[in-house]
Design a protein around this ligand. Structure first.
Ligand code: NAD
Length: 354
């Protein structure tokens, strides 16, 4: 049996990604209808074989959806999600769930009141590089993690601020666009309460919205996580650099096939780890990069697999009552609270404590 999906908004992400994901053989959903305010997008939806609607009333009235997927510009998310929940449908909204935590609270409230499912398309929880980093930490590859650095610079995958993405009231800007993916990944991977948030959120080139953000999170265990998104930097920095008490690893790109690990050997660890680190520095400075006293270098490429479509497979399990929802509303709320805190930290020059 295929679960029926109706789309609100049939723009780039819905037509370019969701439609194809839903039409995979291993994803038990079927796209049946779309509502969009733009006649050209309705025409595109019709060509793709969907029933099309020009008003939300007609779209809801036609009904029959097991899931409504909202993929409009960010400023319409909260209104459309609440209307779809109130019309009696389960809803998944594109990221960022909303422009701020207040809007997320409202959507959760309506979901609880109506008893309908509410979740968010945090598809980058299934990015292969992220899954590999998460697995490597779970495997203790570099011991206890101390600092996780997550970066997106324009040269390795950032988007430009065109159209509504450049408008503040539409929920534009890079912290909401890319930052929400990166912070969701960090919060989910850390799996513990965030303690403080400090940030610099800047607009170098954009008139209204941020095009650079650095957010530093500290967690209760002492773990530090940092995300940096730099739209207009032409220098690619590694996607991930993670340092632990036994070594470090890096992955250069989104989708890097492996992590490059440098780790203190068991032998050096048992003798004198501080000495091994000192030897390492001296050898790095004076001799070949490859002769590293007390250290080993290797590639790590273990990953639990899956891909962005795994999110739809999880939703199918949730609708069938056989699986727990992976992208939980409370996690989405915490992520938007962190983003609110980051804007505040930057504006007021303070470290925000949770
Ligand atoms: N998860 C991801 O990796 C990812 C990638 C890209 C975009 N997105 C998200 O997807 C959403 C859409 O982004 P996009 O790039 O497809 O934008 P887009 O501008 O291409 O598409 C938005 C569509 O919504 C329609 N629309 C706008 N207001 C509407 C309303 N009130 N009612 C009905 N339809 C309306 C527009 O006509 C347009 O067709 C955003 O929230 C964005 O952040 C997510």
């Amino acid at each position: 049996m295929a679960y029926k999906v109706g789309f609100i908004g049939f723009g780039g992400m819905i037509s370019g990604y969701h439609l194809g994901a839903i039409r995979r053989d291993d994803v038990p959903f079927e796209a049946v209808a779309a509502f969009d305010i733009d006649p050209e997008r309705r025409e595109a939806a019709e060509k793709a074989g969907l029933a099309v609607y020009s008003t939300p009333e007609d779209f809801f009235e036609a009904g029959g959806y097991d899931l409504v997927v909202v993929g409009t510009a960010n400023n319409y998310h909260c209104e459309m999600v609440c209307r779809a929940l109130e019309a009696g449908f389960n809803v998944m909204v594109e990221k960022p769930a909303a422009r701020n935590a207040g809007e997320v609270r409202k959507m959760i409230e309506v979901s609880e009141k109506t008893g309908k499912l509410f979740t968010v398309h945090q598809n980058r929880r299934w990015d292969p590089d992220f899954l590999m980093v998460k697995q490597a930490l779970a495997d203790g590859v570099i011991g206890k993690p101390r600092v996780i650095e997550s970066r997106i610079h324009s040269a390795n995958g950032n988007g430009d601020m065109y159209g509504w993405r450049g408008m503040k009231d539409h929920g534009g800007g890079m912290l909401l666009d890319w930052g929400v993916h990166m912070l969701d990944q960090l919060l989910w991977m850390a799996g513990e309460p965030v303690k403080t948030v400090s940030a610099n959120v800047l607009s170098y080139w954009s008139e209204e919205v941020d095009d650079y953000a650095k957010v530093i999170l500290t967690f209760e265990s002492g773990l530090v996580a940092q995300m940096e998104v730099a739209t207009y930097s032409p220098i690619p920095l590694p996607r991930w650099v993670v340092t632990g008490d036994r070594g470090a690893f890096r992955a250069d790109e989104i989708g890097s096939p492996a992590l490059n690990v440098r780790r203190i050997t068991e032998d050096s660890l048992s003798r004198d780890p501080v000495k091994a680190f000192e030897d390492f520095k001296v050898v790095e400075r004076l001799q070949s990069r490859h002769r590293i006293a007390g250290f080993e270098e290797f590639s790590y490429n273990k990953t639990p697999g899956g891909g962005w479509h795994s999110l739809y497979q999880n939703l199918a399990g949730v609708l069938a009552g056989t699986e727990e929802l992976i992208v939980k509303p409370c996690q989405v709320l915490r992520c938007l609270e962190v983003i609110d805190a980051a804007f505040r930290s930057s504006e007021e020059g303070v470290k925000v404590t949770f």
